[in-house]
Write a protein that binds this ligand. Structure first.
Ligand code: KG4
Ligand code: ZN
Length: 337
């Protein structure tokens, strides 16, 4: 089965074709980062308009790259939610129109399920069950995953998501949007031991997370300190260290609570090198396995949507063509495949 995947939940237009026999045939990504940079964050209306401009040429380019025609496509997967309503409507409207025109089934994918299954695009796939750490710009979640669609949310951010905290702290340090990767780069020049920031919600039981207090703590430090590059790099280092340490403490707790020995990390922040390095060290020390998607499938992309949609289409699931998008869609309401 060949599935066309369409991702438009935020500021990336991602298109891919996944073949259940041969794997990923092609994928194309258009990032709107430059469009939103002047505003310091995603402007929803501009995002929707840019998806409209880019989506059809990207689908054509993806079909060409895969060397297939629309007649070869057996199903269309699109991001149904969660995300920005206007942006979701662009992808879902086109996906459902194409499904009607090409007479193939459509499947609305949960964006976070896409992230969660992204490591399955790799040769070295994790097997079920596992604990998933989903850390993106909009969400931070720990999920017990028994099978595709069998998700128990163990904990989540009560305020800012991890990626959002990276972006907001980066902005305070004068970095461009989205600041997560730029802050990580600045932190590479930073030295350890100059600052010690809090590890939020680790002094009490539970798996929920909170990063807004950490951001405020860092903001107060930035205000008081010198503005030279080394000081800023030291602050970035300590901030990144605090986030990584907090996520590691929570993941260790989740493994203990579930009795599992496997962690799958996904979402934009899973591209963070420090996070990967510290988890790699901890996995050797504690004896658990850790999996991540390759860098290009950590952040938003069409491949993860094509893959997740393909699994559900293969199980005969369908999304009716008159269905609505779901800008808010709890992950644990999905059904097991
Ligand atoms: O998953 P994603 O592409 O979009 C959402 O679904 O939100 O995640 C984007 C987030 C942004 O907050 C971005 O700053 C963060 O992931 N991010 C990083 C890194 N690369 C992307 N944060 C820290 N270090 C990175 N290397
Ligand atoms: Zn995402």
């Amino acid at each position: 089965m060949k599935v066309l995947g369409i991702e438009t939940s935020c500021d990336e237009t991602g298109i891919a074709i996944y073949d259940s026999q041969k794997g990923l045939l092609a994928h194309q990504l258009y990032s709107q980062v430059k469009l939103h940079a002047d505003y310091g964050g995603v402007v929803p209306e501009l995002a929707s308009r840019d998806h409209v401009r880019k989506i059809v040429p990207l689908i054509q380019a993806t079909l060409t790259q895969a060397n297939v025609s629309n007649k070869d496509i057996d199903g269309i997967a699109f991001t149904r939610g969660p995300g920005l309503i206007g942006a979701l409507l662009v992808g879902s409207s086109l996906a459902r129109a194409l499904a009607y025109a090409w007479d193939v089934p459509a499947l609305g994918v949960h964006h976070m399920e896409g992230h969660l299954l992204a490591p399955m695009l790799d040769e070295n796939k994790p097997s079920f069950p596992f604990v998933a750490l989903l850390v993106s710009g909009g969400h931070s979640m720990l999920v017990e995953v028994k099978a595709i669609g069998d998700y128990t949310v163990l904990g989540e951010s009560v305020d800012d998501a991890a990626g959002e905290a990276f972006d907001k702290t980066a902005k305070l340090l004068g970095l461009d949007y989205p600041g997560g990767p730029l802050l990580a780069k600045l932190a590479e020049k930073g030295k350890a031991g100059h600052y010690k920031f809090p590890r939020p919600m680790t002094d009490r039981p539970g798996l929920d997370m909170s990063f807004s207090g950490l951001k405020t703590f860092v903001a107060n430090t930035i205000r008081k300190e010198d503005k030279d590059e080394q000081t800023q790099a030291n602050i970035a280092y300590a901030f990144q260290e605090a986030v990584v340490d907090t996520l590691l403490i929570k993941c260790r707790r989740a493994l203990k609570q579930t009795g599992l020995k496997r962690i799958v990390m996904a979402g934009g922040v899973a591209a963070n090198k420090k996070l990967r390095d510290e988890f790699a060290k901890a996995s050797i020390k504690d004896g658990f396995d850790v999996f991540y998607p390759s860098f290009e499938y950590c952040t938003d992309n069409g491949a993860m949507i094509a893959y997740a949609g393909c699994q559900r289409l293969l199980a005969n699931e369908r999304t009716p063509l008159d269905s609505k998008v779901l800008p808010r869609w709890p992950l644990d309401t999905l059904t097991r495949v």
